[in-house]
Design a binder for this molecule. Structure first.
Ligand SMILES: NC(=O)c1ccc[n+]([C@@H]2O[C@H](COP(=O)([O-])OP(=O)(O)OC[C@H]3O[C@@H](n4cnc5c(N)ncnc54)[C@H](OP(=O)(O)O)[C@@H]3O)[C@@H](O)[C@H]2O)c1
Length: 342
């Protein structure tokens, strides 16, 4: 096989502050559609790429975390759905559809395939494997069932509720028999939460000057479970409104992710007075239940028990703007990039 064009989105250099489109650039190169013998590598054509808030962490030079920083001058990396073009790895063959970490480029030569999954259900849109049926959906599932210890009838609050993770948390909580309120950053998102995603109530946090008062309005008796996607001042207000023995799942801190100095939380004393359990978690700690998750969510989706909202941008070139948009709430639902058809 010969060489073909390979457009790439390159990570320019480490950043501080909120990411900008100019932190990434488009480069056009060439790639041979073959895999060196004995390398164990797999060459894929990328079909869908996912924009996820955790990728902001990889743009920091010093990053004391579970995943190393991006390499300046190399393609951005993230979750994707891809088709195997050539393989020197016995687990994958040409034609397989896979989901896992890939490059922000048309074709990627991948060595680290340990966490890749083959896509089995061809009757569900492929892009769902980076959202509802991929890492964010699994985060919602593991976070809600394993970290929140829910009980029927409990009062659940979800922030960034219309996003990739939040939209499924709210729906799982409703299916469990909970009362569910979500916060989001626009009227359009609030309408989706109430009218499409089945939340009992929702509010636009950008129109609230006092988060404590807003939460008291929706939870006059207090919150049993707070699924926290944002951190910062919303977390502080939620602490004041938890019930005794409430649980807070710390999933993400998107409101603080680009700050050099964290804002600081003032109401931690509530952990004692209300005997609150607050637990941070990473979805990757629960991968042993991924097959159970996939089975349940595929079945719930096919039975119409859950719906899924994705925000699809067209073309690799649109990826930097789409990624940057996560940090001002431009995405409505899970942000995905359509790169190519099979
Ligand atoms: N622990 C884990 O294993 C794990 C795994 C996946 C994701 N996460 C975390 O889960 C959270 C949600 O991720 P996602 O993929 O579902 O993202 P998402 O909600 O689809 O997109 C990010 C959303 O965050 C909101 N946002 C941005 N800046 C904000 C701010 N300053 N204050 C409040 N909200 C803000 C925006 O929605 P609005 O319009 O509503 O503001 C934006 O649409 C993130 O914090 C992410 O890091 C954790």
């Amino acid at each position: 096989m010969g060489e073909v064009r390979n457009k790439q989105i390159i990570f320019n250099n480490f950043i501080t502050g909120v990411p900008k489109e100019t932190d990434m650039g488009l480069k056009e190169g060439k790639i041979k559609l073959e895999v060196p013998q004995g390398s164990g590598a797999v060459l894929v054509k990328n079909l869908y790429l996912s924009c996820d808030p955790f990728m902001r962490g990889r743009m920091r030079e010093y990053y004391d975390s579970y995943i190393p920083p991006f390499v300046p001058g190399s393609a951005v990396e993230g979750f994707g759905v891809s088709k195997v073009v050539a393989s020197d790895n016995t687990n994958f063959k040409a034609g397989d559809l896979v989901s896992g970490i890939t490059g922000w480029e048309e074709y990627s030569l991948i060595q680290r395939t340990q966490q890749w999954r083959k896509i089995q259900q061809a009757d569900i849109p492929l892009s769902y494997y980076v959202g509802l049926l991929g890492m964010p959906g699994f985060t919602a599932y593991a976070g809600f069932y394993e970290v929140c210890s829910p009980k029927k009838g409990e009062c659940v609050f979800v922030s960034a509720a219309s996003g990739a993770v939040g939209q499924l948390v709210g729906q799982l909580a409703k299916l469990y028999g909970c009362y569910v309120v979500g916060s989001a950053g626009s009227k359009q998102k609030v309408d989706l939460l109430k009218n499409k995603l089945g939340f009992d109530e929702a509010f636009n946090y950008k129109e609230e000057s006092d988060f404590d008062a807003a939460l008291k309005r929706y939870f006059p008796q207090g919150i049993d479970i707070y699924f926290d996607n944002v951190g910062g001042t919303m977390l502080d207000a939620a602490l004041l409104n938890m019930k005794i023995h409430g649980r807070i799942a710390i999933c993400g801190m998107v409101s603080e992710q680009s700050l050099s100095e964290p804002k600081g939380i003032h109401n931690l004393y509530m952990l004692i007075t209300k005997r609150i359990t607050m637990k941070g978690f990473l979805q990757s700690d629960y991968l042993h239940i991924f097959p159970k998750f996939l089975e349940q969510i595929v079945s719930d989706y096919k039975e119409g028990k859950i719906v899924y909202i994705e925000d699809m941008n067209e073309g690799l070139e649109s990826a930097p703007a789409a990624f940057v948009g996560l940090f001002s709430g431009k995405n409505v639902g899970k942000q995905v990039i359509h790169v190519a058809n099979e």
